[in-house]
Design a binder for this molecule. Structure first.
Ligand code: CMC
Length: 437
């Protein structure tokens, strides 16, 4: 009798039957390779552009149930972590799998705090950018440049060495982010202040002017901390996949994080929060929403901050962000864009186009409105996403490096081009018509 946890496939080309094991609701693509029509047939592959139905790893970091709108880090619901923890506590959880006790947390905070300075050559490197450089471009390039500052980071198989780089990266990301902002506005750089918490120090490096000591507004500092918790990891998204893919070649973690941040910069991923603000500006007022939604439905652009590859329900992070927005607005005053956003959400969630496609607001829909109220320019939004996501990237990178099943990431292709053509000397070639003068 055939075991029940198997899949039986009949190849109608040969009439042969194969029985493949099912483990965790998954068959192994390599098990398909045995399905061949002849000895010199390569065997069947799985074709999955954009990995819409392919598990690339086993992971115990983050759980998402997209149908039910559930997000958990290491088994803890995101709502609980956002309510009770600080960002660095959650960072510890993501990286090491358990919540720290008080002594562990204090040591962890001390170590991250003492890795927040940049080498002066890195500061000068950042000064070399044009005055109008996008802060995300500066962040990606500067993180990559840290690879030159810390050549010993190449020893990625050494756990102690890895941990050292992990602390450096988490410590330095806010410093690089803040410098990328101050460069754009022409303010002098502010060095880290070790007396302050992670987010307070970030605010200090962003906004301190001539006062001898920066005092962050506690409500805004907590809101930023919550936003950092919400953005810390999100399993195998585009940037995490980039982190794992580049990391699988054993490149050093600075190069891997730069690659992941580059993936995050795109408007379909972390860059969406900046696009949401542009969209709300373009809409301008509530009366223009129906016409805007109609244009989206006719295929002219997308509703930025809506839809998700995994969530087919309300993004649980978007709910917490809405609550956080209320706290922030009590301090900063209400961002008028919130009313447009709320009305847009309202209209979209009653519209069959969005309902039938299960398109709900995602994390980026409301985060930009809060960030703007706090005084951030839209160009900074994706940088704000990259700071906490660095923790998730590093947790996933460590998991990948210690997973004995992983190898260098190297997908297959279905080749659609020409085969072995006769080479034509220049005088025999016709106009290719590709490059026009
Ligand atoms: N506005 C209008 N239509 C949409 C949208 C949207 N925001 N998102 C998806 N659709 C439509 C899409 O055109 C398609 O329609 P049809 O079936 O008629 O062809 C259908 O919904 C399914 O969409 P898809 O493009 O196949 O879905 P995907 O899983 O490939 O893409 C996504 C997911 C997030 C890239 C996409 O929803 C999108 O582009 N959203 C806007 C950008 C955005 O907010 N990105 C942030 C994502 S969350 C945070 C993060 O990852 O950083």
């Amino acid at each position: 009798m055939v075991p029940s946890d198997t899949l039986t496939i009949t190849d109608n080309r040969t009439n042969r039957t194969y029985t493949l094991p099912i483990e965790d609701g998954t068959i192994r693509s390599m098990d398909l390779r045995q399905i061949r029509t002849s000895n010199d047939d390569f065997g069947i592959m799985a074709y999955d552009p954009a990995f819409t139905n392919t598990a690339s790893c086993r992971s115990s970091v983050t759980f998402i149930d997209g149908e039910r709108g559930i997000l958990e880090y290491r088994g803890y619901p995101i709502e609980v972590l956002a309510e009770h923890c600080t960002f660095l506590e959650v960072a510890y959880l993501l990286l090491f799998g358990e919540l720290p006790n008080e002594a562990e947390l204090n040591t962890w905070i001390y170590e991250i705090t003492h890795h927040s300075m940049l080498h002066e050559s890195t500061r000068k490197f950042m000064e070399g950018f044009r005055y109008d450089a996008h802060p995300m471009s500066m962040l990606v390039s500067t993180v990559a440049a840290l690879s030159a500052v810390y050549p010993q980071a190449k020893d990625v198989q050494n756990p102690a060495n890895r941990l050292h780089q992990v602390k450096r990266l988490i410590g330095k990301m806010p410093t690089i982010a803040a410098m990328s902002y101050r460069h754009g506005v022409g303010f002098p750089y502010v060095y880290p202040d070790n007396d302050l918490s992670y987010t307070e120090n970030f605010m200090n490096m962003l906004w301190r002017m001539v006062e001898p000591k920066y005092a962050a507004n506690p409500v805004l500092a907590r809101a930023l901390d919550i936003l950092f918790i919400l953005h810390a990891d999100h399993e195998q998204n585009c940037s995490t996949n980039a982190m794992r893919s580049v990391g699988s070649s054993l490149a050093d973690p600075y190069l891997c994080v730069a690659a992941a941040a580059a993936a995050l910069a795109g408007p379909l991923h972390g860059g969406a929060n900046e696009q949401v603000l542009k969209m709300l500006d373009e809409i301008g007022s509530k009366e223009n929403i129906p016409a805007y939604v109609r244009r989206v439905k006719e295929g002219h652009g997308k509703l930025m901050g809506f839809g998700h590859r995994v969530y087919k329900n309300y993004d649980p992070r978007a709910k917490i962000i809405k609550w956080t927005a209320e706290q922030v607005f009590r301090v900063t005053g209400r961002n008028p864009k919130l009313d447009i956003a709320l009305e847009l959400e309202n209209i979209a969630l009653q519209d069959d186009y969005f309902v039938s496609r299960k398109l709900y607001p995602n994390v980026d829909f409301y985060s930009g409105i809060i960030y703007q109220a706090m005084g951030f320019k839209p160009e900074m939004f994706t940088v704000l996403f990259a700071i906490p996501r660095t923790v998730g990237w590093l947790a996933q990178w460590q998991e990948m490096l210690t997973d004995t099943e992983q190898k260098i990431a190297r997908p297959r292709q279905i080749y659609t081009g020409h085969r072995t053509r006769r080479f034509l000397p220049m005088q025999e070639r016709e106009t290719a018509g590709v490059v026009k003068k």
